[in-house]
Design a protein around this ligand. Structure first.
Ligand code: GLP
Length: 241
């Protein structure tokens, strides 16, 4: 793993966007795996800036988002579909037909999982998968578990994730379930970029860096990926020796 430490989230946003600029310069039709949460917002701001300046274009890019809440309309203000449109897609030149999400309201999770896996395969696989990290070490919504998952599935969110993410929903109770890409789908990405900022992520980062691979710390699997870059601010890196 290639670990890079920055002063703050803003610096990470610039550095992460530069990785995308390099990739899109080399491969304008790259396939991007995208993430939600507060962490990638500075990266998305810098991607919008580069796009507005004409330095990158998303017109031939295909995207696959990691996860989506269940029991929320896709146009709900708290859906990840809405989040991505408000924080990135509405401000860049991407084609809506190239934007892919798991359907959090599917009646057939297995069929939905197959559909997503086939769509990723048909697009040629994910070139660069962006990840945040949960305070409990989850990636996408792969919560601590007894074994690593493979393709997308419906997950029951843990209390720790609900405690962390309820703030985004205000007074409305947040969903208890989500559809998420599995660990296998994430690990098949050609390159992975994990970003973590803030003290609340320091323990998960310490566990990741320790090198002990266990499904109880889902992010730990990244130790087995051949091309993972980890960008941390000082707070998230504070427990690394
Ligand atoms: C959610 C998402 C994850 C994300 C995590 C951290 O649980 N499913 O993909 O990494 O939140 O979010 P934040 O960046 O807001 O801390």
């Amino acid at each position: 793993m290639d670990i890079r430490i920055f002063n703050d989230a803003e610096e990470i946003g610039v550095a992460a966007a530069e990785l995308y600029r390099e990739l899109l310069t080399e491969k304008p039709n790259a396939v991007l795996g995208l993430a939600t949460g507060a962490t990638p917002v500075p990266t998305y701001k810098n991607l919008i800036k580069l796009c507005n300046e004409g330095k990158i274009s998303f017109k031939d890019v295909t995207t696959f988002n990691l996860d989506e809440y269940c029991d929320l309309d896709k146009n709900d203000k708290n859906s990840y579909y809405t989040f991505m449109h408000e924080n990135l897609f509405n401000s860049i030149d991407i084609m809506e037909e190239n934007v892919n999400f798991l359907d959090g309201n599917t009646a057939d999770c297995d069929a939905e999982s197959k559909r997503y896996a086939e769509a990723i395969k048909a697009a040629g696989g994910i070139d660069l998968q962006l990840l945040g990290i949960g305070t409990n070490g989850h990636i996408a919504f792969n919560e601590p578990a007894d074994k690593f998952t493979d393709e997308a599935f419906k997950v029951t969110l843990t209390q720790s994730t609900i405690n962390s993410n309820q703030k985004y929903f205000g007074d409305v109770p947040m969903p208890r379930y989500a559809m998420t890409m599995g660990i296998g789908s994430i690990m098949r990405s050609k390159k992975i970029l994990l970003i973590a900022t803030g003290e609340s992520k320091a323990n998960a980062i310490k566990a990741l860096i320790s090198g002990n691979v266990t499904p109880q710390i889902p992010c730990s699997i990244l130790n087995e990926h051949p091309d993972t870059v980890i960008m941390l601010d000082k707070e998230a890196a504070s427990l690394i020796k």
